[in-house]
Write a protein that binds this ligand. Structure first.
Ligand code: KIV
Length: 265
C-alpha cells in the first residue's frame, strides 16, 4: 500500500466504485497514522482554527498557519495525497489566489489546494489550474461563510439553494477542479451531484452515495469540544488511535459509514 495516490488514481476509484477515504491531518504524527492506515487523502483543513487553536470558527486562520501545518503533514505522507485549505480571504481575486496557492505548494508542499465556493470561484479555479495547481472545490456548507448563514446549518434543502449548489459543483468541474467536497447537504442532492460529475465528490454530512468521505480527525477520535451530527467517534470499541483510524477506513470502504443517522434529509 505504498504507491503514491495521484489525482488520476482517485478518478479511477470513482469509475471503479471504490470509496475514497479522507481525514483531516494537522501534524506529522497523526498524518503518519493516517497514511499507514490507508487513508487516500490527508486534508490539512482550516478546521485547525477550531480544533487546534480553540477558535469559534475558521476565519482567523492565516496563510502562515496553513503553510506550517501543510509542511509538517507532507513530511509524513508517503502515500496519501496532501490537500490543503486556502484560508479565509486568501483567494479574494484570481491573482491573490495564484500567489497564495504558489506559496502553499512551494513552502507547504501542498499537492492540491482546496477553496470554498461554487460558480463565483470558477474563474479563480481556472486561473490556478492554468498555472498547474490542482484544485479541490468545496460547496454546500462553507465554514468560511458562517457569518452569512448565521450558524452551521444544512444547505440545499430548498429547491433554489439546491440548484445553486448543483450549478456551483458543475461550474467547478468545468473550470478544471479535480474533485469537490460536499459539506452538510441532503443525501439525495449529494447523490445527484455525484452522478452528474465526472470528478470525485468527497462528502462530509452528505450521505453515503458520495465517491468518498472526509471527517475531522478529532471528531473520529472523540476529542472535539463539540461533535457534529454527521461525525462518529471511532474510538468507541477500539483500543488505540491507529485501530480507530483503521476502523474508519474499513467503515467508509464498505459503505457502512455514514449511516442514515449521520446524514441529512
Ligand atoms: O477544514 C476542514 O476540515 C474541511 C473539512 C471539514 C472538509 O474543510
Amino acid at each position: 500500500m505504498t504507491e503514491k495516490i495521484t489525482i488520476a488514481r482517485l478518478h479511477g476509484m470513482k469509475l471503479a466504485g471504490e470509496k475514497i477515504v479522507s481525514l483531516t491531518a494537522y501534524d506529522a504524527s497523526f498524518a503518519g497514522i493516517l497514511d499507514a492506515a490507508g487513508v487516500e487523502i490527508a486534508l490539512v483543513g482550516d478546521s485547525l482554527g477550531m480544533v487546534l487553536q480553540g477558535e469559534e470558527d475558521t476565519l482567523s486562520v492565516s496563510m502562515d498557519d496553513m503553510v506550517y501545518h501543510s509542511r509538517i503533514v507532507s513530511r509524513a505522507c508517503r502515500r496519501a495525497l496532501v490537500v490543503v485549505d486556502m484560508p479565509y480571504r486568501s483567494f479574494e481575486t484570481a491573482t491573490v489566489a495564484c500567489e497564495n496557492a504558489r506559496v502553499l505548494v512551494e513552502q507547504g508542499k501542498a499537492e492540491v489546494v482546496k477553496l470554498e465556493g461554487g460558480e463565483e470561484q470558477a474563474q479563480t479555479v481556472a486561473a490556478l489550474v492554468d498555472r498547474g495547481i490542482p484544485v479541490c472545490g468545496h460547496v454546500g456548507l462553507q465554514p468560511q461563510s458562517i457569518r452569512e448563514y448565521g450558524g452551521y446549518k444544512v444547505q440545499g434543502r430548498e429547491k433554489q439553494q439546491a440548484e445553486r449548489i448543483m450549478v456551483g459543483a458543475c461550474a467547478l468541474e468545468a473550470a478544471g477542479a479535480c474533485m469537490v467536497v460536499l459539506e452538510c447537504i441532503p443525501a439525495v442532492l449529494a447523490e445527484r451531484i455525484t452522478t452528474e460529475l465526472t470528478i470525485p465528490t468527497i462528502g462530509i454530512g452528505a450521505g453515503v452515495n458520495c465517491d468518498g468521505q472526509v471527517l475531522v480527525l478529532y471528531d473520529v477520535l472523540g476529542i472535539s469540544p463539540r461533535s457534529p451530527h454527521m461525525a462518529k467517534n471511532f474510538m468507541e470499541g477500539t483500543e488505540s488511535i491507529p485501530a480507530a483510524v483503521q476502523e474508519y477506513v474499513r467503515a467508509v470502504k464498505t459503505g457502512e459509514y455514514p449511516g442514515p443517522e449521520h446524514s441529512f434529509k
